[in-house]
Design a protein. Structure first.
Length: 423
């Protein structure tokens, strides 16, 4: 745990040193808060062996999430995402759509005129549009509350010995804390994906396919980044549970997504082109206002290489999508863990080749790898478990990915879980 906090302190330190102003201002502010916080957490985890891990995570929660979020809400300038969500909610209440039309956008010069999110994300701007005062009306507060609740529930369902500590470790990681503090909208989508994986991974049969499909449908109605999850899970369900279950899962997910589209953007039934203008053309850099999401990933570098660079980047992105589809069909994942790995790899490739991607998009595959590590363990931990077959159950439990989080709080239930892992 000390090594983990030291590593993320180095990351925050790099961001604090090299972060700029303008669009990167919020990133730098978070980094300045987080670097010292994570460094102190590393020292506490290293020196205080009995309660150091709990104290380190509480320190990280306060200094890497709560404090920078409050500072940015009360002192710093509002994030673009906040303005987009608030404007989208106002548009939904007054015009039945969270999107400006192509004609309205043509006269705009502000990047916040575009809403790159799918209709369901508008829910986080509704408290402001409904007139709730102060922090109660801020999308940031609701993003934090919703994400934390979803992540905690996912770890409870997946059956880890200590879901609270697992959730704290996830929420205080830069992938979640950074995004929430600066009002990035990815954490609730990740929380919904974690819940979907947790439900589909339950050992009880039949697994709760309906609930998992509804949750994935909600995520797919928030951001297009969740869409790739559906074919990966469908391939897994065909292999594990059969074609009928996979068809049921697909149908429920699609219906849920469609219903939420209508609920949060009924005017799209008359003007569907507004959705394409905001959520497809703008993220791909095909509108008159350039998207600020353009980090120097390979796809962006190729797109900037010459007059035909953008076309080449799009072609490579499509080719990568076809290759990923063939990989999933020819070698489908057999369980939820394998499906999660496939999804992490696929998202990494897609984001690397996206001409208008930003480094923050890689939070998705990193967070998925973190979910696998906390729920299933890493190869090193599994090797330690195999080498400890002759040791008592409590010793084996400390070799689990959560062992260091709870080695002072072993209970009879934890020992039974460790024995089950050995079996």
């Amino acid at each position: 745990m000390a090594a983990w906090f030291a590593a993320v302190a180095l990351y925050a330190g790099g961001l604090a040193l090299f972060g700029g102003t303008g669009s990167a201002f919020h990133d730098r502010v978070w980094a300045e808060w987080a670097v010292g916080t994570y460094a102190v957490s590393a020292l506490v985890a290293l020196l205080w062996r009995s309660r150091g891990t709990d104290a380190a995570m509480l320190i990280s929660l306060a200094g890497a999430l709560i404090a920078p979020a409050i500072w940015l809400l009360t002192i710093g300038p509002g994030a673009n995402e906040t303005k987009v969500l608030e404007q989208a909610a106002v548009g939904l209440l007054h015009h039945g759509t969270p999107y400006l039309s192509a004609a309205q956008i043509a006269s705009q010069t502000r990047v916040t005129a575009y809403n790159p999110y799918l209709p369901d994300m508008t829910i986080f701007g509704l408290p402001h549009a409904l007139g709730l005062p102060g922090p109660l009306g801020s999308p940031t507060v609701w993003l934090i509350a919703c994400s934390a609740a979803l992540i905690l529930l996912a770890f409870r369902i997946v059956g880890r010995p200590d879901p609270v500590r697992s959730s704290m470790l996830a929420i205080t990681s830069p992938m979640i804390a950074f995004a929430l503090a600066v009002t990035i909208t990815d954490p609730p989508v990740l929380g919904l994906l974690f819940l979907t994986f947790a439900l589909l991974g339950r050992k009880a049969r039949p697994s709760p396919v309906t609930g998992a499909a509804i949750l994935l449908g909600v995520a797919c109605a928030m951001k297009t980044t969740a869409w790739l999850t559906l074919p990966v899970l469908v391939a897994m369900l065909v292999t594990r549970d059969g074609v009928r279950t996979a068809i049921k899962f697909t149908a429920i997910t699609a219906v849920t997504t469609a219903v939420l589209f209508v609920v949060f953007a009924p005017a799209l039934l008359v003007h569907p082109v507004d959705l394409i203008q905001n959520t497809v053309l703008f993220p791909l850099g095909l509108t008159h206002i350039a998207t600020p999401a353009a980090s120097p990933v390979p796809g962006h570098l190729i797109a900037s290489a010459g007059p035909d660079g953008h076309k080449v980047a799009i072609i490579l992105l499509i080719a990568a999508g076809v290759a990923i589809a063939a990989w999933i069909v020819l070698r489908p994942p057999a369980d939820v863990k394998a499906a999660t790995w496939r999804l992490a790899v696929a998202l990494t490739v897609v984001f690397a080749l996206d001409p208008e991607a930003r480094f923050g998009y890689f939070d998705y595959p990193l967070a998925l790898c973190g979910w696998i590590a906390l729920c299933y363990g890493l190869p090193l931990w599994r090797a330690r478990q195999a080498a400890a077959t002759a040791e008592p159950a409590a010793v084996v439990a400390t070799a689990s990915p959560l062992g260091e989080l709870s080695h002072d709080h072993h209970s009879e239930a934890n020992e039974e879980d460790a024995l089950g892992d050995r079996a």
